[in-house]
Design a protein around this ligand. Sequence first.
Ligand code: M6R
Length: 369
Amino acid sequence: EKGGYDYFMLKEIAEQPKAVADTLLGRIDGAGSLTLDEVRIPANVLREVDKVVIVACGTAFHAGLIAKYAIEHWTRVPCEVELASEFRYRDPILDQQTLVVAISQSGETMDTLMALRHAREQGAKVLAICNTNGSTIPRESDAVLYTHAGPEVAVASTKAFLTQLVACYLVALYLGQVRGTKYADEIRAVVRDLASISGAVERVLETMEPVRELARSLAGKNTVLFLGRHVGYPVALEGALKLKELAYMHAEGFAAGELKHGPIALIEDDLPVVVVVPSPRGRSVLHDKIVSNIQEIRARGARTIVVAEEGDDAVVPYADHLIRVPVTPTLLQPLVATVPLQVFACELATARGNEVDQPRNLAKSVTVE
Ligand code: M6R
């Protein structure tokens, strides 16, 4: 059942290139246009949408945080992302022009279900991004875009996350396409880049041995911090969540720009800090800022574990450990940058003798509020 792997999680990590490709399959035509027939919400309704609200929990919430960057950039429609468990209790502002996107692997998460019910009661249209055919969340939504990750057994979400990201990009690009955007050329280019992203994920997987070795060497640590900027910030949050649930370690993700507002006080000698570095090409200002963050924490004793694009030489002098990921457009980088963090958490859990597929106190699908 585990296909020769020790854990379902390892199998599911390895399945990611295929899962990503399957989620793209049939959704982009030969001319590079998106053909999301499943999104039954009529184009004229999508053109009138004046706000997108994403609701989700845990890892799916992190996919939503990344989606916000893509949606706002490509469509110029304001996008909020909210933890489903908080959403309906604060009397959110919703109407017929709000598009609510509910992201859920299982399609049975009660918090997310209650949030979408609340949204529909207020007249909002709900689009589900879901991995489980016929589950409750898609059944109760106006439309559904299925992720084709295949069944995910391990409690820690891996391939579902990558496919949620792909689905979010498709929604963002589709909204841009339907509504018309000044980024039409960029959208066409990104659609082309998406076509090769599965190969990029595959290449990451081929270079994971040093990451495993590093993880094993950190098995005795109590804390690991994660830093990122822009879409690397939710990747940092996701890396920290994986480590908490699998390795039972104290792990925290921060926006690197927030360091100086408090978290830098946590830095002490030999504290492992994983830094997700944005591409030096796209938003180069951010890249330069994060390089100085790495210098700052290293000067205070941190052991820097740097996830950076191939060819990014500026980080080399400050990286105690360097994890390379393939070159991608900035917004797509989470698809490659998350993978080493999954492998890292899985290996640390194993090294600490934890049950990888079934971490303590957790359930695969959380059907209570
Ligand atoms: O099935 P869902 O995507 O709605 O589940 C949401 C969270 O419970 C889930 O992502 C959880 O955070 C994972 N165990 C994280 O690995």
